[in-house]
Design a protein around this ligand. Structure first.
Ligand code: CP
Ligand code: NVA
Length: 308
């Protein structure tokens, strides 16, 4: 049987994202009107979490219910995965019992091995390397406020983490520029991310230069899940990388601010910016629900005609 996984942002092409955004807009509008839409009745999503989550769990679980299906939460801690059952064996078993699987884990290789042994589509709900569902929501959110992100400039300030890597992959697909500013020793690794070329990003030692005239300024926690042992060291290393009002004022006057959340006010972003008028962080979070509903519908039913 032919089916697709969604493990990395560049697993999908631009046309597929345009289709998903069109569907997400329609699904969001129906949801806001309290109209029932149950294309996935009798379908089941298994969600496997190796790490904590608020938004990802809730958006997938609520999203699946709202599409008429069921979602089952599985934590590595209380499944046999936590007692040494191999990822391959777990994939073979779980994928015989459900229609769709979402995984949040550490190494990207784990989700790849799972997908290779799965009979059903697998979605990346975050790995150390990538967070494609979040960037799908972020680009959809950008389009709601400002239209297409094509040709725009995104300033990434802070850690070269899963969010940063995924923005870099997205820039090649949507044809925009990413200016990355990280402290020394936390640089991006373009080969590891599998970028096609170096035409969609530039690196800056000074975060203020990266932000200059940007259309969108974005950042993320200094210490991602799995890196907690480095937290104190990172607080020192990232001290000059807080997106505050002064830094934000260097971007275009209508620039947006994004953060995937959870955020730490006073560390990677000031409270004034996070809670200020340029911040669209709550929409980014809400749009996880609508874009992932479009994603699940697409992975299970393929392209369907828009009712609009
Ligand atoms: N942004 C995001 O993925 O949030 P959670 O960790 O709460 O799922
Ligand atoms: N970079 C963060 C994102 C959390 C949603 C982490 O991996 O912890």
């Amino acid at each position: 049987m032919q089916f697709k996984h969604f493990l990395k942002f560049n697993d999908f092409c631009r046309d597929e994202y345009e289709y998903l955004f069109e569907r997400a807009r329609w699904i969001k509008q129906e949801f806001k009107q309290y109209r029932q839409y149950w294309p996935l009745s009798d379908r089941t999503l298994a969600m496997i979490f190796d790490k904590n989550s608020t938004r990802t769990r809730l958006s997938f679980e609520a999203g699946m219910h709202q599409l008429g299906g069921d979602a089952i939460y599985l934590s590595t801690k209380d499944t046999q995965l936590g007692r040494g059952e191999t990822v391959e064996d777990a994939a073979r078993v779980i994928s015989r019992m459900v229609d769709l699987i979402m995984i949040r884990t550490y190494q990207h290789d784990t989700i790849k091995r799972f997908a290779e042994n799965s009979r059903v589509p697998v979605i990346n709900g975050l790995t150390d390397e990538y967070h494609p569902c979040q960037i799908m929501s972020d680009i959809f959110t950008y389009s709601e406020y400002r239209g297409s992100i094509e040709g725009k400039t995104v300033a990434w300030i802070g850690d070269s983490n899963n969010m940063c890597n995924t923005w870099l992959q997205a820039a090649e697909i949507f044809n925009f520029q990413v200016r990355v500013s990280t402290p020394p020793g936390y640089d991006i690794n373009p080969e590891r991310i599998g970028l096609n070329d170096a035409t969609h990003y530039e690196t800056y030692a000074n975060p203020r230069e990266a932000v200059m005239n940007a259309d969108l300024v974005t950042t993320d926690v200094w210490t991602s899940m799995g890196f907690e042992a480095e937290a104190e060291q990172r607080k020192n290393d990232f001290a000059a990388f807080c997106v505050n009002t002064e830094m934000m004022s260097l971007a275009k006057s209508d620039a947006l601010f994004m953060h995937c959340l959870p955020a730490h006010r006073g560390e990677e972003v000031s409270a004034e910016v996070l809670d200020g008028p340029q911040s669209v962080v709550w929409d980014e979070a809400e749009n996880r629900l609508h874009t992932q509903k479009a994603l699940m519908e697409y992975l299970l039913l393929g392209k369907i005609k828009n009712e609009m």
